[in-house]
Design a protein around this ligand. Sequence first.
Ligand SMILES: C[S@@+](CC[C@H](N)C(=O)[O-])C[C@H]1O[C@@H](n2cnc3c(N)ncnc32)[C@H](O)[C@@H]1O
Length: 229
Amino acid sequence: MPDFFEDVARKWKSFSGGRHPSTRIDEEAVLTTYARWAPVYDVVFGAAFRAGRRAAVGFVNELPPGRILECGVGTGISLPYYANDHRIHGIDLSPEMLEIARQRVADQGLPNVDALVEADASDLPDGDATFDASVAMFVMTVVPDPQAVMSELIRVTKPGGAVVLVSHFADQKGWRKWFGEKLSPLSASLGWHMDFSVERILGRSELRLVQRRRVGPFGFFTLIVFERL
Ligand SMILES: C[S@@+](CC[C@H](N)C(=O)[O-])C[C@H]1O[C@@H](n2cnc3c(N)ncnc32)[C@H](O)[C@@H]1O
């Protein structure tokens, strides 16, 4: 089994431009990585992350109609899931990923997507308290500065609104820890840090933890919902 992981990791490493787990995930690395992944992202990561996306958007769809920020919207793979009475504003750093999202909106005629904007999640162009909910799916473990992104999600979300996150966070023990370590070289090709501790995004005084539960295949991902205080 370890040989399998090492073999796949070698192939992915070469596809993703030779990135290595120790590579610093700075803005340039994100841009390079997602420029390469964009054309095949949905095929490779569509199904694997689907349950996590469904859980996060499912929570948002239970909220009253409102303005929703999808941070790190990528190829817009989740856009068709949102209830029609929400207004969706997507941002992403990668122009190549956004181009696919725009094509999806055009092809599927999604009427509730207001904008897809190239922007850095750690320095959002939006005003304070703009959105009723902010969502980041499989983003927090990829961004160069997760604390800054949390601060921005908090800033742009209205008091009483929701901050909704889903990602894989590092497990301290058991088979998920073992599996996470095995996947680490693969996930590095996405700029994704498998050793990202959930503690790094908890404990903000502006947020109240509302929900934290495992989702997806074998509970490998975690959905976290906060209320913005
Ligand atoms: C693993 S993909 C997740 C995409 C999508 N949310 C999904 O569910 O598949 C991570 C996304 O975060 C974006 N990203 C990484 N760093 C970012 C930043 N600082 N600001 C905005 N987007 C960023 C990447 O370009 C990429 O589209």
